[in-house]
Structure formats: C-alpha cells, structure tokens
Design a protein around this ligand. Sequence first.
Ligand code: 4AD
Ligand code: MG
Length: 463
Amino acid sequence: MNRTTVQDAVTKCPPGEELTLAGWVRTVRASKGGFSFLALNDGSCLANIQIVADGKLSNYDAIAKLPTGSSVVVRGQLVASQGKGQRVEVQAGQIDIVGLADAEKFPIQQKHHSMEFLRTVAHLRGRTNTFGAVWRIRSAVSWAIHEFFQKNGFVYTHTPIITASDCEGAGELFRVSTLDLLNLPRDEKGGLDFDKDFFARATYLTVSGQLEAETLACALGKVYTFGPTFRAENSNTPRHLAEFWMVEPEVAFNDLRDNADLAEAFLKHIFRHVLEHCRADMEFFNERIDNTVIATLEGIVASDFERLTYTQAMEILTKADKTWEFPPAWGRDLQTEHERFLTEQTFKKPVIVTDYPSTIKPFYMRLSDDGKTVAAMDVLVPKIGEIIGGSQREERLDVLERRMRQSNLDPANYWWYVDLRRYGSVPHAGFGLGLERTVQFVTGMANIRDVIPFPRTPRLAEF
Ligand code: 4AD
Ligand code: MG
C-alpha cells in the first residue's frame, strides 16, 4: 500500500499535501461542533498524528465511537494545526475502518499498565508508547552495530546456531535432538546412543559464535558475527535471558589493548548514533523511564573509559567501606554488585577490567607470562555491570591444549579449533556484546525481559 508514515507526516511533509495514512487508533474524542479527533499511531515514531473527522463523513457515526486499538486507513489533506504541541494534523476526506478492536477485551487501554502485566500480552505491548520506542531503539542499535563494522572493513560472517562445542565451557547448553524422549536408544554400555540422533552426535544450541569466528578472522582478518545465542543457566535476574542476541567481532593480529580500543570506539559509535538519530524516543525514555539516560550517554561519548586490571579492581573493592553480599577476594569472579560499585561509585563511567585470574575464565583466553592471569577483558557500565566480555585468544598450540585438558575438554573434539594454531597461527582477539544489555543501558529499561519482543527465561517460552 502506498502510504505516508506518521513519522514523515509530522516531521517532513509540507502542509497542503494530500496523503494516505494507515495505523491504529489510540483515542477518539468527539467535539461539540459535530466532528471528532482521532489520535493515530502507526509505529513509525512515538508521536500520534491528529486526524480531524468531519461529521459529513458517510461513516461518521462508526468513526466517532471507534474503540482504542482499531485499525484505519485515512485519506486527507495535511494542514497546519491550531492545536498545541503539533505542527500539522490531517483533515480527513475518507476514513476506512479496516479492523475493529473489541472494546471490552483489548488489553492495552489508554491508562497506566505495569511492565509485569504488559509481559503477559507481549504480542500487543508494541502498541504502547514505551514498547514502540524500545523496539525502534533496538532496531537503531542493530543498524549502528552493522554500520560501525562495515565502515571499518569488517566482514559480516554467519556462525552456526547448532553446534557440538561448548565455547564457554560452562555446560549451560540446550540440547538439540530429534530422538524420541520417551524411547531413547541405548548403546552397549547403557548410555545414550547418539549415533541414532540426527547429527549422529550430541549437539546443542550455541552459547557463542566465537570459536568459528576465530577461524574466519584467521582467513579474512576482521570479521563479526551477530545472531542469537542460548544459555541454559537458571538465572532469574533483570540482566539474564536464556535466548539473547550477541555481536562478536574477531580480529587477527590484535592484542588485548587493541581489543579494548575497539570495544570503546564501538560502544561510543552506538551511543552517538542513538543520540543523533532517535531523539524523540530518547527524550521519552529520559522523561518517563530514567531521567539520567541522555546525560549519561552524552558524557560517555565525550570521555575516555577507565581501564584497570582485575588485581587493581580487587584492591579497590576489598578496601571499600561497604558490606557485600559476596565479599570480594582475589581469585573470585566479580559479581554485579562489585561491577556496579566500580562504575557507579568509584569511577562514575564505563570501566574496562583486564587480566582476570585464569581459573575463572574460559580455556581460550591467552595465558599471561605470570602464569596466573589471562588476557581477558570485561567492559562494565553503570547500572548494568558487564556489557562486553572478551579476550586475546591463546594462539600457542601447546598452551591451548594444556588449558583445554585442565578444563576437562578433549582437544580431539575441537580439532578444527586447535588446527588454527598449526597453520600460520597469529595473535588475535575479540569480544561479545550483549544486544539486550546494550538496549537496556541506552533506554534505562530496568528489566531485560522488556527489551526483547518475546523473552525466554526459565519456565517461560510463551508466544
Ligand atoms: O561474557 P560472555 O559469556 O562472552 C562470550 O560468550 C565470549 N565467547 C564472547 C567473545 O569473546 N566473542 O558473553 C558476552 C556478553 C556479556 O558481556 C553480556 O553482555 C551478554 O553477552 N550476555 C548475556 N546477555 C543476556 N543474557 C545472558 N544470559 C547473557 N550472557 C551473556
Ligand atoms: Mg562474561
């Protein structure tokens, strides 16, 4: 259908233009003079456009009592508006009702709804101001991600969703199988006979595309992969999903410092893009959700991230005058409360923590000369904590094989990954950015379930 978006109508089109608009009615207000005002939203922007429906329209009676949520096509003329807070409105020549909404049952009425309630009607929550804005920001962030890498000479690659490897070595894998759960085939020893399964081996949904991305980086130089990843971890927090989107760049010949530089430039690009291109939606979040988001993003793009080692971070945390749920100590992983303390109290900005103990990080991270730490890097931001995890990779064959055995992984099962270290091995580094945590940070939305259209969490796979 050839139609003008509300976004174009309210920002660009000159008064006088004849246009066709289509969308969903938010409110109808009958006026004394025998006409009605419709607030029409089509999802293209936060703003509604005001439609003036004249009493002379043939279906005026039906228009004047249109229930919220009904869909219409409006043909008319854009005119300068007398009303407050709007440049233009539409003088309708014709309004066709496309689909009536059931007035009694439509769950998204024009009143305050809690986020918890809106999660139960996730298929309709995009019709609210908040979720319309979140989905548009999510799109803009995704676009900015591609733009950054494409402009900087990265090749967009696709890594598999179904895999036999456990990149993070944490065992948080969803199984992929076509075996009959009620009648499982057994091998001679009584174990599961995976030879009878679809792939003739145990397979899973990927937790990360990194291992495959490393092989592609060692052919193409600079690559990124951007897709869904899956973690069967039983975490019920405002920052964890069982299915989330991750963007993972991988660069041959980069070391840990290059990796940190890339992460910082990349995040700044995303934030700058959103500030420049999503002004109305960002003002909405700043007004309604978190009145610090715009100033925070502006501050971040204009200053340098703090960088320190894990050991330095531990010194700060152990000296801090604070009672912790998880007392910090060298050798223990940083918890969200520690990450938030560093970013919100100590430095008041994003922080890149490097050189974590090898014992708390996966096998693929490059072992440092001290034998105790690895060339790891986490980027932490206020409120969210970890937004990026990455490292320089172990490029030495013998060290990698040793580290794999220590992590109870059989190098033979990862022969192709290990092979990279046999044929022109090079230092290389990369990281993973969680898309949902990024959208949370940008919008100020408190719960990660509210920045992905259909969240998957323990005991929840509705829609
Ligand atoms: O730190 P993670 O586990 O790193 C990796 O998977 C590496 N293989 C990435 C790489 O180096 N190529 O995850 C990376 C990021 C985290 O910093 C976080 O933003 C996000 O992915 N993330 C999650 N987001 C939502 N729900 C979860 N359960 C997440 N787990 C990780
Ligand atoms: Mg991590």
